[in-house]
Design a protein around this ligand. Structure first.
Ligand SMILES: [Zn+2]
Ligand SMILES: [Zn+2]
Length: 292
């Protein structure tokens, strides 16, 4: 049986101000390492988030240019690789309707193959919003403790799925607050939230990303944790692999480890694992066994 080549669905370019390489650099590298498909998913402009986030994404007027750059690479390399065009769009309860309005025209014209829904900014009730993946996170963990931060994060994620299941296709890095080494504890309270979230994801037929950027962050492991991944397998929630590369060297980084992990879980749980691809926001399920 011919095995399918791998695909990486989470890529950032220098347009977001905190990555290196343009779209073409990534596409060329993807061809070099023999990927079958690459999804470019740069941060959507963060102009509707708190001001301190604004510089971590392209400006509002750069988004059309980004699409042009993606389309150019898609055409230029179409005989060597499939290029998908996407965006990672932040969710906060107060920005969601605004983002939906700005992004919708691009969905109507079928310019985007999928949207990754991610939470980088949270709010603990009665306090100011802050970025859970920024350097300030450590200070906030000292102040609020793991339980309060993870619970605020999961409450927001639950809200994202409730509000946005027809807008977001993929739930991105779904335990990001552990980035600086704050492991997801064994707290029952946190697990209750995760279970509510997984029930909703399952009900809304969304897809979850296994994000590999944690491997080169202090936490040293993928997002989400193995325990959550096993739940995805048991619930037959489709999975997509993303490197969250901000440098071309991280393209498909440690995907082999995740595939081995998924194969082991598939065997132990006796449930076939489905990976997934998107084209113009339609998902196609792909059996883990049919991939390299
Ligand atoms: Zn992200
Ligand atoms: Zn990202």
């Amino acid at each position: 049986m011919n095995k399918l080549k791998l695909w990486d669905y989470h890529i950032h370019t220098k347009l977001c101000n905190h990555a290196r390489g343009n779209v073409e650099d990534y596409v060329k590298q993807a061809i070099k390492i023999n990927l079958g498909e690459i999804g470019i998913s740069d941060h959507f402009p963060m102009n509707l988030l708190p001001e301190e986030s604004h510089d971590f994404a392209m400006k509002k007027n750069e988004f059309p240019e980004y699409l042009v750059e993606c389309k150019r690479a898609k055409n230029r390399y179409k005989n060597e690789i499939t290029v998908k065009i996407a965006s990672e769009v932040d969710y906060t309860p107060s920005s969601f309707q605004g983002y939906k309005k700005i992004v919708s025209p691009y969905l109507e014209t079928m310019d985007l193959d999928y949207i990754i829904g991610s939470i980088h900014v949270i709010k603990i009730p009665e306090t100011k919003t802050f970025a859970i993946d920024g350097p300030i996170a450590n200070e906030k963990f000292k102040l609020f403790g793991e339980d309060r931060i993870f619970i605020a994060y999961y409450n927001t994620l639950i809200q994202m799925v409730k509000d946005g299941s027809d807008f977001y296709n993929i739930v991105g890095h779904m335990d990001l607050p552990k980035k600086y080494g704050h492991f997801l504890g064994k707290s029952e309270k946190i697990w209750e939230k995760i279970e509510i979230l997984l029930d909703l994801i399952e009900e809304k037929e969304m897809v979850v990303e296994i994000n590999h950027s944690g491997y080169y962050r202090p936490v040293g492991i993928q997002y989400p944790d193995d325990k959550i991944i096993r739940e995805l397998v048991k619930r037959e929630i489709p999975i997509v692999l993303g490197s969250d590369s901000h440098y071309i060297k991280y393209l498909a980084y440690n995907f082999d480890k995740t595939l081995a992990k998924l194969k082991r879980m598939q065997f132990e749980e006796k449930i076939p694992v489905n990976l997934c691809k998107f084209s113009k926001r339609e998902k196609t399920l792909i059996k883990l066994d049919s991939v390299i």
